[in-house]
Design a protein around this ligand. Structure first.
Ligand code: ZN
Length: 300
C-alpha cells in the first residue's frame, strides 16, 4: 500500500481483504474525566480552540477514557484499561472522573466478558489514564486485574515509566505495571508487533518515547490512535499538540505519517479521549481535513 512515503507491510502475501475473518470490535470506556483545556490544547491559543468545542467544554474539557475490546480468531484483546479502581477520593476528584456507564469492568461484564476471558491487554503507553485498570486491589494487595492475560507494552515505554522524571512521576505509577513484571505477565515488545491475525501495534512516538497505536486490519482498517491524537481535532490539525507530549515534534511527525496513511487507506480512526467524535473517517475539503463521525462497523 504505497502512500506518500509510508509503506505498511501487508499481513500476508495472499489477498486477505475479503476472506480474512473480520475482528469483532466494541468501543468501551472507563468513564470521562474533565480536564483544564490547557492540558489537551497546550500552546494552542484559546481563541482558536474555543471555536472547536461546544461552550460546555470551555471551562473543563471532557476526555473520555476509551478502550477497545477486540475478538479475533479466538483471542480476546483489550486495548487500554483506563484509570481503574485503585484511586482514592482525592485523586478521583482531581481527575473530575464521571462514570455514567460504570467502570470498564462493568461494561465488559455487560458484554458477558469476565476479566479471566481477556487473553491480551495492550497499553498504548503507561500514563495512569491508560493503564490504571491493569491492576486492582484485592485483600489489601495490588494484583493483576486480568489474571490470564499477557500485557503488551513497548520496551522503551517501560524504560520511561521505570525511570520517571519530574514531569512524569505523577503519571507513571508503579502500582499500574510493577505487579505485572512480578507476575511474569508483562511482555515488553520492541517496534511494530503482530498480536493476532489482523491486529497489530504500531509505534507512534511523541506523546511518550515508547507510545504505540493499534491497527485492526480488514476491508476497512481501523486505527486506534492512543494519545498520538487524544481528540479528533488533534488528528485533523497536525500542529495542535497537547501539553502532555514528551516529544512534541515527534508527535507531529507521527501524526503527519498516519494522517496521510488514514486518508490514503480510507481508514477509520478512533481517538483515545474524544468525547464528541470518538470514531470517524477523514474527509478533505480543500486544505482542511475533517474527522466525520461514523458508527463503528458491526461485526458480521
Ligand atoms: Zn491519555
Amino acid at each position: 500500500m504505497p502512500s506518500r512515503g509510508v509503506t505498511i507491510p501487508a499481513l500476508s502475501s495472499a489477498g486477505f481483504s475479503l476472506r480474512m475473518p473480520v475482528p469483532e470490535i466494541l468501543l468501551l470506556n472507563d468513564g470521562t474525566v474533565w480536564q483544564d483545556p490547557g492540558g489537551p490544547f497546550g500552546l494552542v491559543p484559546r481563541t482558536l480552540w474555543e471555536g472547536e468545542l461546544p461552550p460546555e467544554a470551555h471551562g473543563a474539557t471532557p476526555m473520555t477514557l476509551h478502550a477497545l475490546l477486540v475478538r479475533s480468531q479466538g483471542t480476546t484483546v483489550l486495548v487500554e484499561t483506563g484509570l481503574g479502581t485503585k484511586l482514592d477520593q482525592a485523586a478521583l476528584a482531581a481527575w473530575g472522573l464521571e462514570r455514567p456507564e460504570g467502570t470498564l469492568l462493568d461494561q465488559l461484564a455487560r458484554q458477558g466478558v469476565s476479566p479471566e476471558d481477556i487473553d491480551v491487554v495492550i497499553n498504548t503507553h503507561l500514563h495512569a489514564d491508560h493503564c490504571g485498570g491493569n491492576t486492582r486491589i484485592e485483600n489489601g494487595q495490588v494484583v493483576p486485574t486480568f489474571a490470564r492475560a499477557k500485557y503488551l507494552v513497548q520496551r522503551l515505554e517501560w524504560a520511561s515509566a521505570a525511570q520517571p522524571d519530574e514531569r512524569t512521576r505523577n503519571t507513571y505509577l508503579p502500582a499500574n505495571f510493577q505487579p505485572l513484571i512480578q507476575s511474569g505477565q508483562m511482555r515488553l515488545v520492541h517496534g511494530d508487533t503482530q498480536v493476532t491475525t489482523g491486529l497489530r501495534t504500531v509505534v507512534t512516538r511523541g506523546h511518550t518515547r515508547g507510545h504505540q497505536s493499534v491497527l485492526v486490519e480488514g476491508p476497512r482498517p481501523i486505527l486506534f490512535t492512543g494519545d498520538m491524537a487524544s481528540l479528533a481535532v488533534h488528528f485533523e490539525r497536525l500542529n495542535w499538540l497537547t501539553a502532555f507530549d514528551a516529544e512534541p515534534l515527534e508527535t507531529l511527525a507521527s501524526k503527519q505519517r498516519w494522517q496521510a496513511w488514514v486518508e490514503d487507506n480510507q481508514a477509520i480512526i478512533i481517538c483515545a479521549h474524544d468525547h464528541y467524535r470518538p470514531v470517524g473517517s477523514l474527509t478533505r475539503s480543500g486544505k482542511r481535513l475533517e474527522l466525520v463521525p461514523i458508527p463503528l462497523p458491526q461485526s458480521p
